[in-house]
Write a protein that binds this ligand. Structure first.
Ligand SMILES: NC(=O)c1ccc[n+]([C@@H]2O[C@H](COP(=O)([O-])OP(=O)(O)OC[C@H]3O[C@@H](n4cnc5c(N)ncnc54)[C@H](OP(=O)(O)O)[C@@H]3O)[C@@H](O)[C@H]2O)c1
Length: 336
């Protein structure tokens, strides 16, 4: 079968398509013919080796995938599943870890996974849309609804809102009737952020974030809940945006993070945390119930995944390169 591999950390030049043995499903596993997989922000980090995580080589990228059941391991209780069933794979595999991170990922024609990792795809949801959802949309749903608990009428600042997680956060916050301020890296991306519902857009590469946000919301005042500022910052960028975010949060505002694209050990300003009684919230991963709900939302036309491009797997270097150069809006899908 075809699979994308890399043997060491580096740039897109390390990625290559190889002919490798098709995996044999073990008892309790299904063999999945992958039809679509998706890149995430962590794929370039894994390839470049910037996370500090030790990963097994050769590595295959992509945590997200959707496809068809092609077979079962010997003696497997199929639990009602049939060859040909359309399924999404929940990317954290019991005993193996995260696909594309601890375990070889889904940019391959076949993957053998435990039956418990399969989530049925409802009719009317394409493989491409299903593959867009698990990591980015699953994480966004948990972060916006369960962890930050965004409420109608609140103002939410979403930094680097143009990727998979960010575009989903914009959509979810708008569904909740929040006001969204979103940052993006080019005028084209800012237009697209407006088109998916952002109320205000700001350049993400500006070092005047604090002034620009305060122009929209007013200035937060110490111990004054009626003053300006945003109620929630969704900040998975980290780096220099971290301390700036504290300065635009309303009194008793909250900042939620699920990552640190621009650096995980930024300087901060603890004075804002105590004097404005701010809450810093971590959010990690997704729930199975969240994935099922997202698939249902897409099936019912309530949510449309934002797709940057759908390309054949042979174009993996182009797709990964775009992600590294911040040229992506939404999800980058590869088909097999
Ligand atoms: N904990 C979890 O369970 C979990 C799950 C999913 C994702 N995450 C994390 O969430 C973050 C977003 O994921 P994603 O897949 O949406 O990523 P992404 O698509 O690669 O990035 C999101 C946006 O960040 C901006 N960006 C990229 N590189 C940057 C840099 N060096 N400095 C500042 N901004 C940069 C880009 O926006 P502009 O170019 O438009 O500014 C990009 O569109 C990542 O840190 C990822 O690791 C965590």
């Amino acid at each position: 079968m075809k699979a994308v591999l890399y043997d060491r950390h580096g740039t897109v030049d390390q990625l290559y398509l190889a002919d490798v043995p098709t995996p044999e499903p073990a008892p309790g596993e299904a063999l999945i013919r992958i039809r679509a997989c998706a890149l995430n922000g962590f794929d370039p980090m894994m390839l470049a080796g910037t996370t500090g995580l030790r990963i097994p080589f050769p590595m295959t990228p992509c945590g997200d995938a959707a496809g068809e059941v092609a077979g079962f391991g010997p003696g497997t209780d199929q639990a009602g599943r049939q060859v040909g069933d359309r399924v999404m794979i929940d990317p954290i595999i019991e005993g193996r870890g995260m696909l594309g991170e601890k375990a070889p990922g889904a940019a391959a024609e076949y993957l053998a996974v435990p039956l418990g990792s399969l989530v049925p795809i409802p009719d009317g949801v394409s493989f491409e849309h299903a593959a867009a959802l698990p990591v980015a949309y699953g994480t966004s749903l948990r972060m916006v609804e369960d962890r930050a608990r965004v409420q109608a009428g609140e103002t939410v600042l979403i930094l680097g809102a143009t990727g998979g997680v960010g575009t989903c956060c914009v959509q979810l916050c708008k569904r909740l009737d929040a006001r969204v301020i979103a940052t993006g890296g080019s005028s084209g991306k800012l237009d697209r952020l407006r088109a998916i519902g952002a109320d205000h857009v700001l350049p993400s590469r500006s070092n005047e974030l604090v002034r620009l946000v305060r122009e929209i919301t007013g200035r937060p005042r110490y111990h004054d809940p009626e003053s300006g500022g945003v109620d929630v910052v969704i900040n998975y960028i980290g780096g220099a945006t971290w301390a700036a975010s504290l300065k635009v949060l309303r009194f008793q505002g909250r900042m939620v993070t699920c990552g640190a694209t621009a650096g995980y050990d930024p300087s901060t300003d603890i004075r804002y945390i105590w004097s404005f009684e701010q809450t810093i919230i971590g959010s990690d991963g997704w729930s199975r119930a969240g994935l099922v709900r997202l698939l249902a939302m897409v099936a019912e036309g309530e949510l449309e995944p934002v797709i940057h491009a759908v390309r054949p797997i042979e174009d993996v270097r182009t797709a990964m390169g775009e992600l590294m150069r911040r040229k992506v809006f939404g999800k980058s899908i590869l088909t097999l």
